[in-house]
Ligand binder design. Structure first.
Ligand code: UFG
Length: 323
């Protein structure tokens, strides 16, 4: 039974991860400052409220002894990272380095890191595999790439082994309906489309219809939160089994346009969704699709909910909970 510290375990992805680890029989502790996470989303294990930048607190938590740390405590908004880069470098880089230092002090040598497709920047080819050049075009992507580079150096120098998982578009919700996306403010397409369907918002704005894609709207690779978490479980197993560090791209390998997401949401919900066309959002590449062959081959990862309608259906059940 692995003993795992989940930093940021009260957030969207972290909370699903904590639930899955608990189900798998892991001894799990969540550390979260609740700046954006929710205490009631932590469904099992111990919970510690604390700021990752607080070294004394980190020392006290890590003194409990862990086999591995999973790190989900990042700021994730591209636009905000352009406006407030210091906030992003401080939390996503400096505080992550502090976490790694504390892990080294306490002899914790396995780390699973939430990286992103944003480390690639503007795609040079599609689908994007691990050999694709990493040239991020915003501070958010740069913070994640910096940590990836730090991790490579730390393995060589200190033997700290890590798996970096570069998420494409995390989406969906707990199939059992206990958890889902609760960002404040919400910026992600699928929850916003579903809020327009449920009446919580008047409409969905489409950011640009003039992209070089089949219907002119941006194409993304949506991966179900459970499949994303199962990849972390396999990464943990690989590190526990002695594997060396590795970075993997994580998506379904299939792209859907913004319009296709809206159409799917109308079918799944049976409700009509008002659409307002708007200008492009700065920094959005036309197409981001993963080639996830490497994680399939090396870790045997297989998505269970690759179908977009299923992803949207689970998110919809979460959106209308209690209705
Ligand atoms: N979109 C709209 N209207 C909206 C919201 C989004 O048209 O109201 C479009 C975006 O322009 C984009 C697509 O829907 O083309 C998906 O947008 P999201 O904001 O849901 O996701 P992103 O692809 O922008 O972001 C994802 C992750 C980020 C990460 C980024 C890296 O969610 O955390 O990939 O590129 F930084």
């Amino acid at each position: 039974m692995s003993k795992v510290l989940v930093v940021g375990g009260a957030g969207y992805i972290g909370s699903h991860m904590v639930k899955m680890l608990g189900r798998q029989g892991c001894d799990v502790t969540t550390l979260d400052d609740l700046s954006s996470g929710h205490r009631d989303a932590v469904l099992c294990g111990d919970f510690v409220q604390g700021d990752m930048g607080d070294r004394a607190m980190l020392d006290a938590v890590l003194a409990r002894g862990f086999d591995a740390v999973m790190h989900f405590a990042s700021f994730i908004q591209v636009g905000e990272s352009v406006q407030q880069p210091a906030k992003y470098y401080q939390n996503n880089v400096v505080n992550t380095l502090g976490l790694l230092d504390a892990m080294r002090s306490h002899g914790v040598g396995r780390f699973i890191f939430s990286s992103t497709a944003a480390t690639f920047g503007e795609p040079q080819y599609s689908p994007i595999d691990e050999r694709h050049p990493q040239q991020p075009i915003n501070p958010y992507g740069r913070t994640k790439l910096m940590v990836e580079q730090v991790l490579a150096d730390y393995e060589r120098a200190y033997g700290l082994r890590s798996v970096c998982l570069r998420y494409f578009n995390a989406a969906g919700a707990d199939p059992e309906g206990q958890l889902g996306e609760r960002h404040e403010p919400e910026t992600h397409l699928i929850p916003l489309v579903l809020q327009a369907a449920s009446g919580r918002r008047p409409h969905i704005g489409v950011f640009g219809r003039d992209y070089d894609t089949p219907d002119g709207t941006c194409v993304r690779d949506y991966i179900h939160i459970e499949d994303l978490c199962s990849a972390h479980g396999l990464a943990l197993q690989s590190l526990m089994g002695g594997a060396g560090s590795q970075a993997y791209n994580l998506g379904n390998g299939q792209g859907f346009s913004v319009q296709e997401v809206i159409d799917t949401a109308q079918q799944v919900t049976g409700r009509s969704i008002a659409v307002v066309n708007g200008p492009r959002r700065a920094g959005d590449p036309a197409r981001l699709v993963a080639d996830a062959s490497l994680i399939r081959e090396k870790l045997g990862w297989q998505p269970r909910y690759a179908d977009l309608a299923t992803i949207v259906e689970h998110a919809w059940r979460w959106e209308i909970r209690g209705e």
